[in-house]
Write a protein that binds this ligand. Structure first.
Ligand code: AMP
Length: 215
């Protein structure tokens, strides 16, 4: 099964993608994670990515399409994938269609996670993760049970994304509305678009997604 989780930054795409990896054996393909790994490696392309991400702007389509094309060809993707953060423009969506057609693959579902902007700013600026196991937390909505200690692995080190600050979030949201939201009618016209309420509790969003996949 091949899926796209589509929605603004902070909608919960990463959280739901990781759950679907566990429950359905799919592979999460997050272009944001791939870019952050590239930044961590350094090099000229990493520096370019770092600057663009810090500004909340989008990376060039050609580079992103190439990145996904390479990743999707790896053997671990045979059970299916969940795209998280790609496509982000209509040009990327068109390139993905072509890429999948060439491989004899198809998209089964495109799931829009709908959340209003006001909520997203609070969600994004307060979120952080365990540096060791990646468990997600939030300053207000989801604190560790013991302050400063990860519930899952006991680590005391946490990290925040460099672009999860109020100034960058505003640009990321306007980029979503201008560049990414036009993908919604693109997939609606192809009959694969479904919508869930991304403002519900995390477990409830998972249930909504599972219901769509089972239908
Ligand atoms: P994310 O982790 O999905 O929120 O992505 C973080 C940042 O990486 C975005 O704000 C963009 O700067 C960049 N990025 C991730 N995916 C894409 C994409 N498909 N196209 C262009 N830029 C991207």
């Amino acid at each position: 099964m091949n899926l796209i989780l589509l929605g603004p930054p902070g909608a919960g795409k990463g959280t739901q993608a990781r759950r679907l990896e566990d429950t359905r054996g799919l592979v999460q393909l997050s272009t944001g994670d791939m870019l952050r790994a590239m930044v961590a490696e350094g090099g000229p392309l990493g520096q370019q990515a770092k600057d663009i991400m810090a500004a909340g702007k989008l990376m060039p389509d050609e580079l992103m399409v190439q990145m996904i094309a390479e990743r999707i060809s790896k053997p671990d993707v045979t059970n299916g994938f969940i795209l998280d953060g790609f496509p982000r423009t209509v040009a990327q969506a068109e390139a993905l269609d072509k890429m999948l057609a060439d491989k004899g693959l198809k998209l089964d579902h495109v799931i829009e996670m709908k959340v209003v902007d006001d909520i997203l700013v609070d969600r994004i600026t307060g979120r952080y993760t365990c540096a060791k196991c990646g468990k997600g937390y939030h300053d207000t909505f989801e604190k560790p049970k013991v302050e400063g200690v990860c519930d899952v692995c006991g680590s005391t080190e946490f990290k925040r994304r460099a672009d999860d600050n109020a100034a960058t979030v505003t640009t990321r949201l306007s980029q979503y509305h201008e560049q990414t939201a036009p993908i919604l009618p693109y997939y609606r016209d192809r009959g694969v678009l479904k919508t869930v309420d991304g403002m519900a509790e995390i477990d409830d969003v998972t249930k909504q997604i599972e219901a769509l996949l089972a239908a």
